[in-house]
Write a protein of this length. Structure first.
Length: 479
């Protein structure tokens, strides 16, 4: 069992809300194909038709691709099933724990990389541009892996691969021809904690993506990137005073100060280890303090993923949390942000009741092209769930304050859409990366704009909007 992911949604005024924000649309996908140990979920336009398709990493089962036929209606294509690396073993697929989507050969379409824990094969699958995948002619060394981060380490624009292992992590540099050279010894520390998750952000403000690691054994760690060489610097983390068993790390600006904060989704499955999740605020210089007790509701100690997503449209990131629970108990939680990074639990106003107990993963995207984020729930050894946002609820006057800027989906993988519901007229938008460098200039027309972010490095970005002499800013995350 591995990584945990949180979605954040911006807070609403729910005291007079008349309906949930999401409706169950599980019937829009081949749900019978799930229920076999989904461990991770990702999405991208795999076949070039403009709709986000789904990719599922499965534990000791075949990994799956669900193609979006439009409006969030998903199906499997028998002609485009993912191939099996070793068809001669006794089970389909590998023990896949994590998946990353990236254009590894820079040919303009998304490829797939899966890491495996209890079987020996990590899988690199190359897209022919139509959503048909074949294995690259390169074999990665076997390792016991749960985590994965893909980003350009050496500055040549090709995605490199960091594999998070039970033991020392491994860093592979992309040679540009679908082969990779391991450069762990020259670029990565000797830490041998049992990695569960890896996330990217510019922690020290030098313009390079650093790594935040969640570990099952050992502890959470920060690795700073200096020219593609990483050093461990855990002086930036608080002294928790207890051991933790972290399954997932989620990064995002929760208190509106422009700096990425950290959420650690923890379990308490090992004797003597607390399962309390931890919320860490960034002081603006890349040093973190533990604000869990004063900012976060209590939880049941089995959190497997957290997702940050602004589902209310007020510009603040809220949290969706997924847990392991006994039959009949609650496993999905929605935490609402008051705008300062203080959260209250109000799940029943966000999601209808659902049969969902083995929550291991979350993913958000605009699956039905209505301009609002939808949510996929990975349910371990039970059928997965799919929920669509209900736009009519946003029109309800009881929802409360509208944001000056709406960015969606947030996080974004392909296209970021921008709306200015609280502002009249048009204005100029500048998008800045974590180093403060402008990466895009846009013009708002009729209250809307959009930007293609597919070629941008993963991490946090800032959008600054100027209109009628006023300035507004908001952050978003590029997957």
């Amino acid at each position: 069992m591995k990584k945990i992911t949180l979605l954040f949604f911006s807070a609403l005024t729910f005291s007079t809300l008349r309906a949930q924000l999401f409706e169950d649309k599980t019937g829009n996908m081949p749900v019978a194909a799930t229920g076999n140990g989904t461990m991770d979920v990702a999405s991208a336009d795999l076949d070039g038709d403009g709709d986000p398709d789904l990719v599922l990493a499965s534990e000791a089962r075949a990994n799956l691709v669900f193609f979006n036929g439009g409006a969030g209606n998903f199906s499997q294509d028998p002609q485009r099933m993912l191939p099996e690396f070793n068809p001669n073993d006794q089970f389909p697929g590998e023990d896949s724990e994590d998946v990353a989507i990236a254009d590894f050969d820079l040919d303009g379409d998304p490829d797939l990389f899966f890491v495996s824990e209890d079987t020996p094969n990590h899988e690199l699958l190359i897209n022919d541009g139509t959503g048909r995948f074949a294995f690259a002619d390169f074999t990665f060394p076997a390792s016991t892996a749960n985590g994965l981060a893909v980003f350009d380490v050496n500055g040549d624009e090709y995605p490199d691969i960091l594999i998070g292992n039970r033991g020392r992590n491994q860093l592979f540099i992309n040679n540009g021809n679908l082969t990779f050279t391991e450069e762990t010894d020259s670029r990565w520390p000797a830490n041998t904690d049992h990695t569960q998750d890896l996330k990217l952000a510019d922690i020290d403000g030098n313009g390079s993506l650093d790594v935040v690691e969640g570990a099952e054994q050992g502890g959470s760690n920060i690795y700073l990137n200096h020219g593609g060489v990483f050093t461990e610097d855990n002086s930036r983390l608080p002294n928790f005073g207890q051991l933790m068993e972290t399954r997932k790390v989620t990064l995002g600006d929760l208190n509106g100060d422009g700096h990425p904060d950290i959420y650690l989704a923890n379990v308490g499955w090992t004797a003597g280890i607390s399962g309390r999740d931890r919320l860490l605020f960034n002081d603006g210089n890349g040093y973190f303090s533990d604000v869990t007790e004063e900012r976060l509701p209590p939880n049941g100690g089995t959190s497997l993923e957290a997702l940050f997503l602004d589902f209310s449209g007020d510009g603040h990131l809220d949290i969706i949390l997924t847990q392991f629970a006994d039959e009949g108990q609650q496993a999905c939680f929605a935490y609402l942000n008051d705008g300062t990074g203080t959260f209250t639990e109000n799940t029943n106003d966000v999601f209808p009741a659902m049969n969902y107990n083995r929550g291991v993963g979350l993913h958000a995207a605009d699956f039905n092209a209505d301009g609002h984020p939808d949510v996929y729930f990975a349910n371990h050894w039970q059928p997965d769930k799919l929920f669509f946002f209900i736009p009519a609820v946003m029109a309800n006057e009881a929802i409360g304050e509208k944001a000056a800027l709406r960015l969606f989906p947030n996080p974004a993988a392909e296209t970021l859409r921008i709306e200015t519901p609280g502002l009249a007229g048009g204005g100029r938008v500048v998008v800045l990366n974590s180093a403060g460098k402008a990466v895009a200039h846009l013009q708002i027309e009729n209250g809307r704009a959009s930007v293609d972010v597919r070629g941008w490095p993963a991490g946090q970005y800032w959008l600054r909007y100027e209109v009628a002499g006023q300035h507004y800013s908001q952050s978003f995350v590029k997957h």
